[in-house]
Design a binder for this molecule. Sequence first.
Ligand SMILES: Nc1ncnc2c1ncn2[C@@H]1O[C@H](COP(=O)(O)OP(=O)(O)O)[C@@H](O)[C@H]1O
Ligand SMILES: [Mg+2]
Length: 435
Amino acid sequence: MFTHQDLSELQANSLKMQNWIRQQTFSPEMDKKLRRFSSWEVASLILKINQSTFRGRLASDPTLPAGLVEEDGRQRWYTLEEVNELRRKMKVNRQSMMPERPAGKRAVRCAIANFKGGAGKSTVALHFAHAAALDGYRVLAVDFDPQATLSHSMGLTNVSEDHTVWGIMARDLERETNRQNAAAVGAESGTALPQRRIPAAITDMGLGDLRVNDFIKPTAWSTIDIVPSCANAAFVEFASAQYRHMNPEWSFFAAVSRYLDALPDDAYDLIIFDCPPAIGYQSMNAVFAADLLYIPSGPGYWEYDSTTSFIGQLAEALEDLSAGFEQTFPAGKVSLPKVFQDIRFLVTRYEPSNDLHRAMVEAFRKVFGDRLTDNPIEMTRAVEQSSRFLSSIYEIDYRDMTRDTWRRARGSFDLAYDEFKETFLAAWQKLEDEA
Ligand SMILES: Nc1ncnc2c1ncn2[C@@H]1O[C@H](COP(=O)(O)OP(=O)(O)O)[C@@H](O)[C@H]1O
Ligand SMILES: [Mg+2]
């Protein structure tokens, strides 16, 4: 017979081996590095200008970054920093190359969410983050999924749960409870309201002392940061239920929203949330903080089925929150019921030659109408392969595969990103000025 003690012993053994196993499984230099981009990519795919125009500019302006010429080729290769410098310094047809950003607004926030594992959430989140960074935007990714696929893909493997969304939530519980207690003391109603207490187990963790930036880690992409996750953060689902019990008036679902509100408005342009495959405390935080809901779904019948039940359950959960917290929800930047600027469905892992897939996309179109994006993301070997190296198609060097194969896989994400960009720009415009 076995008890929790046996489980603890098994875990202690496992922990001893953890680092060794990690070293054996991952490549020895786990430090992720971003490659350079060729002048062909920079001109045609990134800045979207004529290659000869690009060469002309470089020849006539010695202050522009020159990139690196590799021994075997004629092309110049640029780092992301150099690409961004080119973007800042160059004008084409008197037009700035800087990406569009509505003035005076905070970053726009997008949750990539669905119930189903394997829907392509993390793949979409990773590729949209990379596409946006190549487009000149400054991106913050927030990994809400303790499976931490996005964190691993962005090179973060040694993460403690204190520095995940779980930490943000526990910190928020402490801060919100203190705020409520202070308000109760300050109330002039004569009868002082009871003080809520948070157990030392939480306050002793010192999360209250953490600053906003303590949760944010840099990645190999200089314009992408991440709030990472890790397996231990799965604990949040369990602990949060107890936390709610300690303080039922704690608006647990708004913790991340409050956290992001504390960032300077112009720190980032786009904040992307990768959600766990379940509705729970973490995913409710993602959804609640989001301006935009992007729902990826595979093209099969079962995926259609689970996407349908996902939106049903999400609707119920949001309605419950609205009813339950109407009276107690603190006034501030967010209010109830939760309002999204837009909701879009995106079909992923689509095979254009597959009759069933085509029929399913038509069904999606009938049901969701304009809420379905025009460009599904195609299933490609190139993306499957690059994900095995924990990389996006944007990160993989096109010389590592047939250029057409790479081009086609990238093209599919480019189209989906262009549509995503249109959507987030429209949502961004609609955000109320908060300055
Ligand atoms: N467009 C695609 N082409 C090929 N493989 C894909 C594509 N999108 C996702 N995959 C693969 O499907 C699997 C599940 O995708 P993932 O993004 O991790 O789903 P989720 O985050 O929803 O659980 C991964 O192995 C991923 O590499
Ligand atoms: Mg995932």
